[in-house]
Design a protein around this ligand. Structure first.
Ligand code: NAP
Length: 338
C-alpha cells in the first residue's frame, strides 16, 4: 500500500481509505473486525465513518476495534450534518449541533480526537461563518485535527475556503464527493478547484454501490437479491441508472472488456482508474465481507496503461456543456497550462 499526503497537510494516508458504512448493518461486528484487521495488515491506515451510519453503530464498532490497535497509527475520519437528534436542532451545521455531534462521535469511537471531521453536506440555513468558526474551535481545542467537506458544490467549497482564510480559521483539507466511472460530474468544478488549492479528493461509492463490480448484467433478473443494488431494484429504484441507462451499460461493458483483457476483476480496474485520476488521494472502498475486501485491495500495486486509461475515459465520456466544454477549456488555458 502506498501513502499519499492528505491535502496540504503533512499527514500520510493510505491510497485506499476503508469505508465503514456497512458496519453494524450488512457486516456484523465479527465481519467488520476481520475487514479492519485485513485492511490494516495490508498497510491501510485511513478509515471513514459518520455519526449517522447505522445509528452510530459504525462508529462504535470502529471504536471497539481501535482499542485492539495503537490508535495513534490510524487516521480516523467521521462526519457531521445529518439528523442525529430529535427536534428542530438535531441536525445541520450550527455551532450547537457540531459541538454536540463531535462529543457523541468521540464517545462512540472511544478516542479523545478524530483526525478528520467532515461536514457531510452543505447547510443552506446556517451562516457559513458560524459553521467555520465552530469547526475552527474544535480544531483549536484538539478534538479534531483537520477538517474536510463532503457533497459540496464547487462554489460552496470555494466560499468556505474564503471565509476561513479571511478570518484565520482552520481550512478544509479534503473533499469527499461521489466519484467513479459512472459519476464524473465531479470533474466539472471539484477536481480543478482541489488541484488549484491542493485539497485531497476522497471519492465515495467508487464502485457506484456495486454496479462497477461486474456482477451485474443488463438482464436485471440476474440481480442478486441480497446485494445493495438488488434491494434498491426490488424497491423499483431504476434511478440508479440515472436518466441514461444506455450510458450506464456502455460503461459497465467497457469496464468488463478491459478487465477481461488484462485479467483483473472489474472492481480492481474501476478502482485503479480512480487511483490514477489527477487530484484523487484515496478512493473510499466499501465491502460487506472479506472476499470483497480482498478483491478491492487488489486494485493497488499496479497501474492501468495509458491506452486502457484512455479507453475507459472515452467509454465513460459524457455530454459536457459550456463553460466546461473543450472549447472553453482551450480558451482558459490557451496553451500555458500543461
Ligand atoms: N459522504 C457521503 O455522502 C458518502 C456516501 C456514501 C458512502 N460514503 C463512504 O464511502 C464508502 C464507500 O461507499 P460505498 O459503500 O457506496 O462504495 P462502493 O464501492 O461503490 O459500493 C460498495 C458495495 O458494493 C459491493 N461490492 C464492493 N466490492 C465488491 C466486490 N469486489 N465485488 C462485488 N461487490 C462488491 C458491496 O455491496 P453488495 O455486496 O451489497 O452488492 C459493497 O457494500 C462508505 O463506506 C462510506 O464511508 C460516503
Amino acid at each position: 500500500m502506498n501513502y499519499r499526503l492528505l491535502g496540504k497537510t503533512g499527514i500520510k494516508v493510505s491510497e485506499l481509505c476503508l469505508g465503514t458504512m456497512t458496519f453494524g448493518n450488512e457486516a456484523d461486528k465479527a465481519t467488520s473486525f476481520k475487514i479492519m484487521d485485513r485492511f490494516s495488515d495490508e498497510g491501510g491506515n485511513f478509515l471513514d465513518t459518520a455519526d449517522i451510519y447505522n445509528k452510530g453503530k459504525s462508529e462504535e464498532i470502529l471504536g471497539e476495534w481501535l482499542k485492539t490497535r495503537d490508535r495513534e497509527e490510524f487516521i480516523i475520519a467521521t462526519k457531521v450534518r445529518f439528523r442525529t437528534g430529535n427536534g428542530p436542532n438535531g441536525v445541520g451545521l450550527t455551532r450547537k449541533h457540531i459541538l454536540h455531534s463531535i462529543e457523541k462521535s468521540l464517545e462512540r469511537l472511544g478516542t479523545d480526537y478524530v483526525d478528520l471531521l467532515q461536514v457531510h453536506a452543505w447547510d443552506p440555513l446556517t451562516p457559513l461563518e458560524e459553521t467555520m468558526s465552530a469547526l475552527d474551535s474544535i480544531v483549536q481545542n484538539g478534538k479534531v485535527r483537520y477538517i474536510g467537506a463532503s457533497n459540496f458544490r464547487g462554489w460552496q467549497l470555494a466560499l468556505s475556503l474564503g471565509v476561513s482564510r479571511s478570518r484565520g480559521y482552520a481550512e478544509f483539507v479534503s473533499i469527499q464527493p461521489q466519484y467513479s466511472l459512472l459519476c464524473r460530474s465531479t470533474e466539472f468544478e471539484l477536481i480543478p478547484l482541489s488541484r488549484h488549492e491542493n485539497i485531497s479528493v476522497l471519492p465515495w461509492s467508487p464502485l457506484k454501490g456495486g454496479l462497477l463490480s461486474g456482477k451485474y448484467s443488463r438482464d436485471m433478473d440476474s440481480t442478486p437479491e441480497d446485494s445493495r443494488i438488488g434491494r434498491i431494484m426490488k424497491r423499483g429504484g431504476r434511478q440508479l441508472f440515472g436518466n441514461n441507462e444506455e450510458y450506464t451499460w456502455k460503461v459497465i461493458n467497457g469496464l468488463k472488456e478491459v478487465a477481461g483483457r488484462i485479467e483483473r476483476s472489474p472492481s480492481q480496474v474501476a478502482l485503479n482508474w480512480l487511483l490514477n485520476r489527477v487530484g484523487v488521494t484515496s478512493p473510499i472502498i466499501g465491502a460487506r465481507n472479506i472476499a470483497q475486501l480482498e478483491d478491492n485491495l487488489g486494485s493497488t500495486g499496479w497501474t492501468l496503461d495509458n491506452e486502457d486509461m484512455d479507453y475507459l475515459g472515452n467509454v465513460s465520456r459524457f455530454f459536457v456543456t459550456y463553460p466546461y466544454d473543450e472549447e472553453s477549456d482551450k480558451q482558459q488555458n490557451d496553451g500555458r497550462i500543461p
